[in-house]
Each structure stands twice: as structure tokens, then as C-alpha cells.
Design a protein around this ligand. Sequence first.
Ligand SMILES: NC(=O)C1=CN([C@@H]2O[C@H](COP(=O)(O)OP(=O)(O)OC[C@H]3O[C@@H](n4cnc5c(N)ncnc54)[C@H](OP(=O)(O)O)[C@@H]3O)[C@@H](O)[C@H]2O)C=CC1
Ligand SMILES: O=C(O)C1=N[C@H](C(=O)O)C[C@H](O)C1
Length: 266
Amino acid sequence: MRPSPARLRHVGPPAGYSLGRVIKVGVLGARGRVGVEVCKAVHAAEDMELVGAVDKDDPLDALTDAQVVVDFTHPDVVMSNLEWCVGHGIHTVVGTTGFDAARLDTVRGLLAANPGTNALIAPNFGIAAVLMMHFAQQAARYFESVEIVELHHPNKADAPSGTARRTAELVAEARAKAGIGPSPDATTSQLEGARGASVDGVHVHAVRLAGLIAHQEVILGGEGEILTIRHDTMSRSSFMPGVLLGIRRVQDLSGLTVGLDRLLDL
Ligand SMILES: NC(=O)C1=CN([C@@H]2O[C@H](COP(=O)(O)OP(=O)(O)OC[C@H]3O[C@@H](n4cnc5c(N)ncnc54)[C@H](OP(=O)(O)O)[C@@H]3O)[C@@H](O)[C@H]2O)C=CC1
Ligand SMILES: O=C(O)C1=N[C@H](C(=O)O)C[C@H](O)C1
């Protein structure tokens, strides 16, 4: 028998896990591009039951029976969704983007007021995307220059992407730890926006283009050479193994966990 690749070992039910234990799952954003995939994946999982599928203007009460709610909605509504779920003692797995340090602190406060309720918030549930971020963080300390280009479908609400923001934070953290200063840049005259947004000092450029799904390049430059780390999402089904892993694990976490990397052996 062919050995299963490590990525599959990480995403199936853990060894010793009883398939008799069915997790009741609700989905917020159920008619959205990702929400539809989540409903299909939960429905197909033997150890899960889809007990509520809610979209814009549907009553949240439809989620009352859920043990875990998955949220792929919109940065403008995710905080009130979280408030409702945590207030009802329901664990959450959140893919919706738009979380900065202040929002994460608010979530920590909500969870502290409802002990025993946990949340997993991840800017990207794709295993390859998580590895791309991890490799970028590892490489960051060896290069003088770094910039990030993220490329997405034109219906995306936020820019830059949550993944690009998080990658920039991780890269900036690694550079600071290694004592590397800002990337060299002698620009003195520019059209506003030409150099992208600065996230913790790392320049991030956002492309919105018909035909794309979700893609990112981290470009690192040093003496006479360039390293490009690129990730391409070819289908939104790629997020599902990570989402299912989050659903299976969130009940055993403690309070707030940020990033799918925290559930993997990286
Ligand atoms: N972490 C990850 O791996 C990934 C994260 N994302 C993020 O997930 C989010 C959703 O992405 P995507 O599926 O493409 O977006 P969509 O716009 O396709 O889906 C969002 C859905 O949520 C609905 N919605 C809006 N408000 C509410 C509400 N208050 N309650 C319930 N449902 C609501 C929307 O309805 P309507 O259209 O009527 O407004 C829509 O059907 C984004 O923030 C995106 O960046 C996306 C892919 C992967
Ligand atoms: O909106 C999307 O499509 C995606 N959003 C997430 C992000 O903002 O990083 C994840 C992925 O890039 C797809």
C-alpha cells in the first residue's frame, strides 16, 4: 500500500478517534463561495452532522443546536457573529478575514467571559498556503529585501488579503528577531499607492483580476539572487481539509487560537 502523504495524515480523524462521536456543525455564510464548499464537506464527513446553514438575513437561532460554527462571511459582520456564537457557548472556526490585533483582543475578551468556549481563527485553511507562509517566515532572515504580491478574484471584499497581512507580520517578526532593518528603497518620488501598502514595514501589493481565485508570491532578494515562494489556489475545495481539521480540534483547544499552523507539526 502506498504511504499516505503527510498532509493527509494531518487532516483525517486522529488515531483512536471514535467515529461514533458526531460533531454538530453550523455554517455561517452558507450560500457564499466558500460556505457552499463547507456545507458539502461537512455533509460528506462521517463524523459530522450539518445542523444549521445560515446566510445573510437568516435568523442565527438556526445555529442553536451546533457545537461548532464555521464562519466564512464578511469582515463587517464576523465580529457580531462571533459575539452571538460565543455568547451561546458554541465553538467557532473562522475563515473570514479582517482580523487585526484589536479585533483579536476583543475575541479574547469574549472567550474569557465564556470559559470553555474556544475559537480558531485562520486567514488561510489551505495546507499549501500555510506552508508557503511558514517557508516565507523561515527564509526572511536570510534576505535584505522582501515584498509580497497577492492576487485574487475581483469580488474579494478586502485588500490586502488576510493571508498577505499575516505573512507580512510573520516575515517582519523574523526580520526584527534577526536584527535586519527595512528593505532598501531609495524612492523619493512616487504616485500614491505605487509601492503598495506597508504592513509592519513589509510592502504588500494587491492585484484583483477576473480569472484568478487566490494566489500569493513572497519575493525575497539578496546579493545576486532572488527567492520566490509562490502559492496558487486552484479550487476552493483546497480549504476544506483544513476547515474539517479545525472543526475536529477546536473543542480541545483553549480560548483563542490564531492560524492553522498551530494545529500542524511544522
Ligand atoms: N481563511 C480561509 O482559508 C479563507 C478565507 N476566505 C474569507 O472568507 C470570507 C468569505 O469569502 P467568500 O466565500 O469568497 O465570500 P462570499 O461573499 O462568496 O460569501 C460570503 C457569504 O456570507 C453572506 N453573509 C453576509 N453577511 C452575513 C451575515 N451577517 N450572516 C450570514 N451570512 C452573511 C454573504 O451574503 P451576501 O452575498 O448576500 O452578502 C455571502 O453569501 C472572506 O473574508 C474571505 O476573505 C475565503 C477563502 C478562504
Ligand atoms: O477572499 C478570498 O478568496 C480569500 N481570502 C483569504 C485571504 O484574504 O487571505 C484566503 C484566500 O486568500 C482566499
